[in-house]
Design a protein around this ligand. Structure first.
Ligand code: MSP
Length: 513
């Protein structure tokens, strides 16, 4: 079985400070990276910044500073955000790095060698905000301005010499590829839009610009810079040391397991990127997953709309893990989802403080008092105990399968239900009434502690710091978190000391309570 897992986030434009939508992509990618890691996989997890193109050049001009300096500054805020979000990325790539430039130029040469590039002229619409070319039927007029129908961003007319990629040539091979690899475009709801776009006929793609210079020069023609999307997409292989395809990193991790992206950039990842790779005879990634948008009062968050929720502010106010939990739980994965501070507060109170935090606190306090502060010794599992224990261990393969299908909604529901069932089990079993039957009391406490251990393992990819804090009860460290121990109901060592822990989550007093 392939025990290597390579996940990527989109590389972010350093044109402005990171916002919640960016934090979302990164947190979800980190979830998968952590899950796979504790399931015994070697994980490569890449994120970074996409620094070329007119959008960045103009943003730097507006600030009146040199473009690279501007990129250095904002790219650093994304690097800092990775730390703030507690991401376990194994690399952070910048498209202004030398390793990337070499890789892009080599890919260009491959496309040229295979006769997929020709010189012509581009006359048409271009959106600097999307860094995308649009055809006439993708444009509409709004208040006298031409805008792209899909993104609503302003387009401008471009008339210049340009190199083209023979995208039209790859129409049929792409359709064949989608058919043979039905999971390539995920979730399934996004597949049709891509397939019908390809079926409608692919036009050759302009892949160079001549009217500005902020980009990677076209090999042997310094008058052109390479189109920023061809440049940006290549980051996924530059980070594995492409063009050296015999490099251990490339051999181990390419093709990528999942490119995690927002739905607005699906066309680039599900059409252009595979076409470039087919043309360069490089294997295609296994999956492109287009997640939905984070909405604020039903609108996509964006700088121009002024409805941006700043992840840093939210983290300062509520802490990181509540935000990670909330984004993963409340935004039905694959769909758009509204977020609000009010709902975040509900989520902290009900799921984190009441359901999980309280269970940990209550059971350890009971064990401190009634089991000498130790993991109970003698025990004998009965049907009720095994039922709840088995529900976790026997479902591990199902959980793995769901995660391989990016079914985060199943995962989180499973956790919430298990927490609910465990609280109910502890209440129904009434261990406080079993003081004359120590073995039964011990068994109930042991069973509940085992479930706290297992559920903390499951929570670790979502709320790593809090899960680790909970696992301190048992002296379990990060390196000990392994799904391979999931089937063992006797993992906790009898008579080992139970450590006291601080409150995991503080309840929020709500204004309207
Ligand atoms: N630079 C390109 C990606 C190149 S990948 C080879 C880009 N950058 S971006 O900074 O504009 O967006 C990065 C990601 O953030 C995209 O996946 C986009 O969908 C996501 N989001 C931006 N706003 C978002 C929300 N409001 N909600 C969720 N994700 C959104 O595109």
């Amino acid at each position: 079985m392939d025990k290597n897992f390579y996940i990527t986030t989109p590389i972010y434009y350093p044109s402005a400070k990171p916002h919640m939508g960016h934090a979302y992509s990164s947190i979800i990618a980190d979830f998968f990276a952590r899950f796979k890691r504790i399931d015994g996989f070697n994980v490569n997890f890449l994120t970074g910044t996409d620094e070329h193109g007119l959008k960045i050049q103009r943003a730097a001009e507006k600030r009146g500073i040199e473009t690279l300096k501007f990129c250095d500054e904002i790219s650093q805020t994304y690097r800092d955000l990775s730390k703030t979000l507690n991401l376990t990325n194994t690399d952070f790539i910048r498209t202004t790095e030398k390793r990337h430039k070499l890789s892009v130029q080599k890919l260009w040469n491959e496309l040229q060698k295979n006769e997929d590039i020709y010189l012509s002229k581009y006359s048409g619409w271009y959106s600097v905000s999307d860094e995308a070319f649009y055809s006439n039927d993708e444009i509409e007029e709004n208040n006298g301005k031409k805008i792209a129908k899909s993104s609503k961003s302003i387009v401008e007319w471009v008339d210049e010499e340009s190199y083209f990629f023979k995208l039209s040539k790859w129409e049929k091979p792409l359709l064949d590829f989608y058919e043979k690899n039905p999971d390539f475009i995920s979730p399934p709801s996004r597949k049709n839009e891509v397939i019908s776009f390809v079926k409608n006929g692919l036009k050759d793609l302009s892949i160079s610009r001549k009217s500005f210079s902020w980009g990677i020069p076209v090999p042997n023609d310094e008058n052109h810079v390479i189109y920023v999307w061809l440049d940006a997409l290549t980051n996924y292989i530059s980070a594995l040391n492409y063009p050296n395809t015999t490099d251990p990193l490339f051999k181990q991790f390419w093709p990528a397991s999942v490119h995690l992206i927002g739905k607005d950039i699906l066309r680039f990842h599900a059409i252009y990127w595979p076409a470039f790779l087919l043309a360069a005879k490089i294997p295609l990634p296994k999956k492109v997953y287009g997640h939905g948008w984070i909405l604020s009062a039903d609108e996509k968050m964006s700088k121009s709309k002024g409805n941006i929720l700043d992840p840093i502010e939210i983290i300062k106010k509520y802490g990181l893990d509540p935000l990670r939990y909330y984004l993963i739980k409340e935004v039905s994965f694959g769909n758009d989802g509204n977020i609000s501070e009010d709902r975040l507060e509900d989520c902290i109170n009900s799921d984190l403080a009441n359901n999980f935090g309280n269970l940990c606190q209550r059971v350890t306090a009971f064990a401190q008092k009634n089991c000498e502060g130790k993991i109970p010794g003698s025990k004998e599992f009965k049907e009720d105990d095994l039922k709840i224990l088995d529900n976790l261990s026997k479902n591990l393969d199902l959980i793995r399968e769901k995660i391989d299908n990016q079914d985060l909604n199943f995962y989180i529901d499973f956790i919430v239900n298990t927490l609910f069932e465990t609280n109910k089990y502890f209440n129904d079993q009434e261990p406080w009434k079993k003081k004359d039957n120590i073995q039964r009391l011990n068994t109930i406490v042991y069973t509940t502690l085992e479930i706290i251990r297992k559920i903390s393992f499951m929570l670790y990819p979502i709320i790593p710091n809090s899960a680790l804090k909970a696992l301190k009860i048992f002296g379990i460290n990060e390196d000990d978190i392994k799904f391979s121990t999931f089937e063992n109901h006797n993992y906790l060592e009898p008579n080992a000391k139970l450590n006291k822990i601080d409150i995991l989550f503080n309840k929020i007093e709500k204004k309207n309570d």
